[in-house]
Design a protein around this ligand. Structure first.
Ligand code: GTP
Ligand code: SPV
Ligand code: MN
Length: 596
């Protein structure tokens, strides 16, 4: 632990790092500067500090040893997409998918807010590594923050401290992230990205993706920009290993929008019959995936994170027992409710809340007891399903890529793209209902290409072209699929049981990759017939299965037209190959649809 006065900041052998810390300290005027080493002693010191300040509350230490509750400001409970900006010299490079400001104007605007904002506070220098410390696929950054809660979360979510600093000093470069909680006024809140400078500035929020800058800001927005330049992919995807009864493990990466099931799929527990047969599921990552073609032409993937920042509500013994087991100890809970004996509580758990997420006595008239975007922060190593390969320096080879979203109608349970180009179109065309993970209306259907709408750090048209560029001689690309766990019946209830039973769909997907599973060809792709899926032991009406696997060509026509209009919004940055593919499918749908 090195705690120094603001004027003594020569704490790294890297001159550019010292100079940056110095410049930031001059601007923000903290009382003290603390270089984080990531040690247990430091973590304990920070926990005690936060307990003393009321930033953390101890939960029931008998049932939940090492667990704490943090309540964020009620106006600061989710990502703020309208205040998240990508600041490139040329506006077109950020694209219509991003909010934009010219870099000089952006710096001036946000630096005015940083001016003196750390007076009375400690400035923490947080060196971190995204990915295993020894992996060539990993990338480092330094976050400067005045929030001990952010430091504590970064320690769980990244490889934070001395080892990361050593790698940064060796490499000589790092992503710069400057963060302050400011005054938490939503009118003085911005999350700005400067991909051309490899830097991030965030002020006015202490919450999740707005403040833990290694996560969405670095590992997706900045990394996607670098990945485009360097020939790899930075994606909003889980990574999961599926071990079959023969003992072979295949890895799958899946992109679902925020709060649409990544953590749950990554930690899936097989249904009873599958367990008996010897199927096992291994978690490699639950939110972010960095992939790069290996010498064998396959895509090799790492999880750049070291922990889970997972959605609490809905996590239960029935839906995600792995997650529940993971959060029994050493977990930071944010904005959950508590029970009379001080245990964390959220909707979906047994028992009863007595105090809600805002610290008020629980009253159903005030809405849910836990905030719908309440979260747990926990080390990935605590998951019973944590893969032995999760920290491998070379990553894991990906056999299938899955896209999916919340689609109450039209979109079948699963289908397979005809080829890579079609698969990129399927990803680009993704739509999903909005969730509580971002501020704003919930349940509104919007396009969310590759689940990256809030996270792609550059023009989506260029991003689609980058995806297409992986299809080249020698490539052994994964097959691409689309799933929809959220199809609803006429009664408004989900048709598919989801969770553990999603393994039935994964089995078909892997069967397709190995050339074993059957399907019927349709204009939107290959779709299983009911007999092609293993539905043994599943109590589901035949009509529900038929509806889940139906392809309504007449219904798809306007959807495919809307996809064409959407692609056109990226102008001449949209690759021709994608528009040609969209027109091909449109024509096939028109031929298949009954005449009106
Ligand atoms: P982020 O961390 O925001 O990126 O979310 P995520 O994609 O990891 O979503 P998560 O797995 O946390 O799930 C979000 C919500 O969807 C939870 O309330 C889950 O209970 C629910 N959910 C997950 N999988 C399924 C499923 O298969 N079926 C249904 N009906 N709900 C699901
Ligand atoms: C998401 O919103 O996709 C999350 C949570 O995973 S946050 O870290 O806030 O981005
Ligand atoms: Mn996410």
């Amino acid at each position: 632990m090195r705690r120094v006065r603001a004027e003594e900041i020569m704490s790294s052998t890297l001159e550019t790092l010292n100079r940056w810390v110095d410049d930031v300290a001059r601007l923000t005027r903290p009382d003290a500067i603390h270089w984080c080493d990531g040690s247990d002693a430091e973590s304990q010191m920070l926990t005690e500090l936060m307990l003393a300040r009321g930033d953390l509350l101890a939960l029931n230490q008998e049932t939940h040893p090492g667990c704490h509750l943090h309540r964020s400001h009620p106006s600061d409970v989710a990502r703020v997409e309208h205040l998240t900006l990508v600041c490139t010299r040329n506006r077109e490079d950020a694209g219509p998918n991003n909010h934009w400001l010219a870099p000089e104007e952006a710096h001036a605007k946000i630096d005015a807010l940083f001016d003196g904002c750390m007076q009375g506070r400690t400035l923490y220098v947080v060196p971190y590594c995204m990915g295993p410390i020894d992996s060539p696929l990993s990338r480092c950054g330094v976050e400067i923050t005045d929030s001990p809660y952010v430091v504590a979360n970064m320690r769980v979510m990244t490889r934070m401290g001395a080892a990361a600093l050593a790698r940064i000093e060796r490499e000589g470069h790092f992503v710069k992230g400057l963060h302050s909680t400011g005054d938490l006024d939503p009118d003085r809140r911005y999350i700005m990205h400067f991909p051309e400078e490899l830097s991030i500035k965030s002020i006015g929020s202490g919450y999740g993706g707005n403040a833990l800058l290694g996560k969405k800001c670095h590992a997706l927005r900045i990394a996607s920009w670098q990945a485009r330049d360097e020939g790899w992919l930075a994606e909003h995807m889980l990574i999961v290993g599926i071990e079959n009864p023969q003992g072979q493990t295949h890895y799958v990466a899946a992109a679902f929008p925020s709060a649409c099931g990544k953590t749950n799929l990554a930690m899936l527990i097989p249904p009873e019959g599958y367990r008996r047969d010897g199927w096992k599921v291994w978690t490699v990552g639950d939110d972010i995936c960095w992939m790069k073609p290996g010498p064998d032409g396959r895509l090799w993937a790492i999880n750049p994170e070291a922990g889970f920042f997972g959605v609490a509500p809905g996590t239960s013994q029935a839906t995600n027992p792995n997650a529940l087991a993971t959060v029994q100890r050493d977990t930071i809970f944010t904005n959950v409710a508590i029970t009379a004996d001080g245990q964390p509580w959220w909707e979906g758990l047994p028992g009863a809340p007595t105090v809600d997420w805002q610290g008020r006595p629980y009253d159903p008239a005030n809405g849910p007891a836990a905030h719908p975007n309440s979260r747990f922060t926990v080390s990935a190593r605590q998951a019973p399903s944590w893969s032995p390969e999760a920290e491998a320096a070379q990553g894991v080879p990906i056999s299938a890529i899955i896209f999916g979203g919340r689609r109450p109608s039209l979109v079948p349970l699963v289908f397979e793209a005809h080829d890579w180009t079609h698969g990129v179109l399927v990803g680009a065309a993704m739509g999903s209902e909005t969730t509580a993970a971002a501020t704003g209306a919930v349940g509104v259907l919007r396009r969310d290409s590759m689940a990256m709408k809030p996270f792609c750090g550059y023009n989506y048209g260029d991003y689609f072209a980058h995806w297409l560029s992986f299809d080249r001689p020698g490539a052994q690309l994964p097959k691409i699929f689309h799933v929809n766990w959220f199809r609803k019946g006429a009664d408004g209830r989900f048709l598919w049981p989801g969770y553990g039973d999603n393994l039935r769909v994964l089995e078909w997907i892997l069967g397709r990759c190995e050339g074993r599973a059957e399907a019927r060809d349709t204009p939107i792709g290959f779709v299983p017939r009911p007999g092609d899926l293993n539905l043994a032991g599943l109590d589901l009406p035949r009509a529900a299965i038929a509806e889940l696997l139906d392809v309504d060509a007449a219904g798809w026509l306007p959807e495919m037209e809307a996809i064409g209009e959407y692609l056109a919004t990226f102008g001449d940055r949209t690759p021709d190959r994608l528009e040609t593919e969209q027109r091909r499918i449109l024509a096939a749908l028109a031929a298949a649809a009954p005449a009106p």
